[in-house]
Each structure stands twice: as C-alpha cells, then as structure tokens.
Design a protein around this ligand. Structure first.
Ligand code: CMC
Length: 432
C-alpha cells in the first residue's frame, strides 16, 4: 500500500523557500529529491560519508538496520543462507528473480565453463613479488582482465555486459585461489568442471598435483554459505566505488578492480583479517577486559574489529548465521574447543553487556565469526578479504549492470565545502 507522504518538502533559508519533490520507496525512509537544489537555491548539501544521502535508485538489496534485516531482491538472508546456494543467489541478484530449474542449470553451466583464465595470465601472476598480499594480486589481475577479454568491455552492448558478468563470477575463484598458490609457492591448480562452485574454489586452493585431494562436503557447504552471506550489501563503500567508477563509463573489469581496492581497507572487507588477528592477539579470555577498555578509550585508536556497522543498529543478521556456522563447522571438525572461538564468544558476551557498546549500538558484524571458520578450513588470514571480494563480485556486478541500465544515472561528481585559501595572486619565489 502506498504511503501517505507530502509531494514536496520545503527548505527555507534567508529569503528563499524551495519546494523539493519527495518520493516513497517500497521499503525504508522517504526521500527528498535535492537534484534541483543548487539550480534553485544556489546551495549545496553537506554529507561526508553519505550518512543521509541516497546516491541511486536500486531494486537489489535492502537493509533495515533497526530490525537487523537484510533482503536480497526481497528474500531474507537467513532463508537464502539456509535453503539456497551461492550460484542461485548470484542469479537472483543479477536477474531479479529466483531461477527455474532449467535457468539454474543453464546459468551454472555457463559459469562453470568460464572458470579458466587466459593462459597468458599466469605470466601476470608471476610478475608479483612472492610476498605480495593476495588482495594486491587480486586487485591487479582483475584490472588486467580488461587487457585479456577485449570482447566484453563495450558497456553499451548488452551481450558483452552479460559475458563480462559471467566471466567475473566464474573467474574470481580461480584468480583468488591462484593468488594464494603464488603466495605460498605452490603450482596453480586448474578449475574442474565436475566440482561445484565452492568445491572448485577449495580444490584450487588446497589441492597439489602430487596427490589426490577430496573436498570435505561440510567445508564446501560452509564455504558456499560464506559466499551467500557476503554476496551483496546495498550501497556500501566498495559497491559505491564500483558505481562511481562505472559512472565514468569505465569497463566492468576496471570497475570491479576499483571495488576490490576499496574493500581491502580494515574498516570494510579487511576487517575479517584484522578481527582474527585481534582475537589471536587477545589470546585468552582473561585478557578481554583490557581490550574492551582499549576500545572505549578515545585516546587509543584501537577498535574492536568485527564490531559495529554504519547501518545495523540492532544486530547484523549475517553475524547470527555466521556464528551458527562456526559452531557447526568446528563441531563437525571436532575442534569446538578452538581457543579463538572461545575468546570470540566471551568477547561478544562481555561487550554486549557493556554500557559503551550498548549506548553506541555496537554489535558483532559479519566479520566477527567468518575468520574463525576460514581459519579452521586452513586459510591464512591474508586470504580472508580475497574470499570476501570473490563473493561480493556478485553484488558489485549486479549493481553495475543496474546502474548502466538506469537512464537517470549521471557521472558521479560530488560537490565540496571548500575551506582553502580564497583567491590570491602568485608571488615570484624571489619575493617569498
Ligand atoms: N570499537 C569501538 N568503538 C567503536 C567501534 C568499534 N568497533 N565502532 C564504532 N565505534 C564507536 C566510534 O568510536 C564512535 O564513537 P563516538 O560517537 O564517541 O565518536 C561511534 O561508535 C560511531 O562510530 P563511527 O565510526 O562514527 O560509525 P561509522 O558508521 O562511521 O563506522 C564502522 C562503522 C563499521 C566503520 C565502525 O563500526 C568500525 O570501524 N568497526 C570496526 C571495523 C569493522 O568491523 N568493519 C567491518 C564492517 S562489516 C563488513 C563490511 O560491510 O565491510
């Protein structure tokens, strides 16, 4: 049912009064359309970090931060994590509806047959230093895809956009696995069409040519769920980066490389690595109060990694599923007494009772438990963010496609509140 909202909002300042159109989304707060504000009022709005600004229209993902709800195309994340699979979720994000059985088979076949990389790309990997962080390699290789796949860089050709989409989803596991193999000095393992998406990734990471490697179904199921939970998250920093890069009409591989670079930061996707390193540094439950105090101390830049979120102010629904998964995976592997998991659970318990965390509505986010599962699977911490990037590629490319098809989209070009020197004349160096 349409909400009863006024047609316009009025902004008054000085002797001006400007009527700004309002619109109502299907879910979430109403929106004041300020596009004509500068033309009519000669003023800008100021909103660093876009805390109150919608930068686009989107029909892909919705978050209700107060309810702790995340929907992909309307479907709750917990239902998808429990009942769906990552490739089905990719289809849903990209095309807008759950696939029929035939559509899913066709999509899966197309992705499976695009998992190999151009053979010359192996030289590209070898150009990196051995000790390069896998995220540096992933960022470089994804950007380099535009040098290898020229036939899918024309953003105005729907078929080329489709091919680029399939290539990105199919090749990211190979790129991430090979970044890892290069990092640890092992031979690259080629993708296999008889394995499913998550199995294939685990196989490419952990198999070696000298012996047969069987993927544990418990681990591939957990991996698939991690991919699903990270697949999209509306207009977060890396997705906005992809859209901003795309708004200049850059090719899709360049745009996704920009997203990878943005994701790397510890305030965003890099938090999963930082979180596990923090839990290990804490080491034992008796040291938790010391770290809680550090996190609350304004003079100390330390933050509890894996805690807090710009949008979730109740709980992060992904964290709940991830916590259940951590219990399940470690239980099935017979390592439920894992000391890092014990520290994480106790840290969560203590922080959630603490007045500071309660008042600021800081709850565990998706990264709090994901690292524990990935660590138990055998991944080094440096691989945590590449795995996030692999999964988020589904969301990035869906959002990029949506943006390209949106006729109201313009090149992203924010304004600024200038605080530098006013006009002044140049003084020759001899007179300074
Ligand atoms: N530990 C201690 N204090 C915190 C934390 C934390 N993890 N997060 C926020 N605060 C405090 C912050 O100091 C500020 O206090 P005050 O009001 O006194 O200045 C208040 O809470 C609000 O924080 P903010 O930085 O203004 O909030 P934000 O919305 O800009 O930042 C965040 C959100 C996720 C960057 C932040 O909570 C953070 O740095 N968390 C740790 C890093 C992390 O886990 N990131 C992963 C996010 S989820 C995965 C993803 O989507 O990338």
């Amino acid at each position: 049912m349409a909400k009863d909202i006024p047609d316009t909002a009025t902004l008054s300042f000085g002797d001006k009064s400007i009527n700004l159109p309002m619109s109502s989304p299907t879910l979430g707060p109403d929106v004041v359309d300020i596009r004509k504000l500068y033309a009519q009022g000669d003023v800008f709005t100021y909103d660093p970090g876009f805390t109150s600004t919608a930068s686009c229209e989107s029909a892909i993902t919705y978050i209700d931060g107060d309810k702790g709800e995340l929907l992909y195309r309307g479907y709750p994340i917990d239902q998808l994590a429990e009942k769906s699979s990552f490739l089905e979720v990719c289809y849903l994000l990209i095309y807008g509806e759950l696939p029929s059985a035939t559509e899913l088979t066709d999509f899966t076949t197309r992705v499976t047959h695009h998992t190999m990389l151009h053979e010359q790309m192996t030289n590209f990997f070898r150009g990196f230093r051995r000790d390069a962080h896998p995220m540096a390699i992933v960022c470089g290789v994804v950007g380099a895809m535009s040098a290898f796949y020229h036939d899918s860089t024309d953003i105005y050709d729907p078929w080329q956009r489709e091919v680029a989409t399939i290539r990105l989803i199919a090749k990211l596991p190979t790129i991430c696995a090979w970044a890892y193999k290069y990092h640890v000095g092992q031979p690259f393992i080629y993708p296999r069409n008889d394995l499913n998406y998550a199995e294939n990734f685990i196989h490419m990471c952990f198999a070696v040519p000298a012996t047969e490697f069987k993927v544990d179904p418990i681990l591939s199921k957990a991996m698939d769920r991690i991919f699903t939970l990270h697949a999209d998250h509306e207009q977060n920093a890396s997705t906005s980066t992809v859209r901003l890069a795309g708004s200049s009409q850059a090719n899709p591989f360049a745009c996704i490389a920009a997203g990878v670079a943005c994701l790397w930061g510890p305030a965003h996707g890099g938090a999963n690595q930082a979180c596990l390193e923090m839990l290990r540094e804490i080491g034992t439950v008796d040291r938790i109060p010391e770290y809680i105090e550090k996190a609350k101390d304004k003079a100390d830049p330390f933050r509890l990694m894996g805690f807090g979120h710009r949008v979730y102010k109740n709980f992060d629904p992904r964290a709940n599923v991830m916590k259940e998964s951590a219990d399940e995976v470690l239980g099935l592997m017979g390592i439920e007494d894992n000391p890092t998991l014990q520290v994480a659970k106790e840290l969560e318990r203590i922080a959630l009772q603490d007045a500071y965390f309660k008042e600021k509505k800081l709850y565990p986010n998706v990264d709090f438990y994901s690292g524990i599962i990935l660590d138990a699977m055998g991944f080094p911490t440096s691989m945590f963010t590449p795995i996030f990037a692999l999964a988020r590629t589904a969301g990035w490319i869906s959002q990029w496609k949506e943006m390209i098809a949106d006729p109201s989209q313009k090149i992203g070009r924010p304004r600024q509140l200038y605080t530098g020197a006013p006009h002044r004349d140049y003084v020759p160096v001899s007179e300074r």
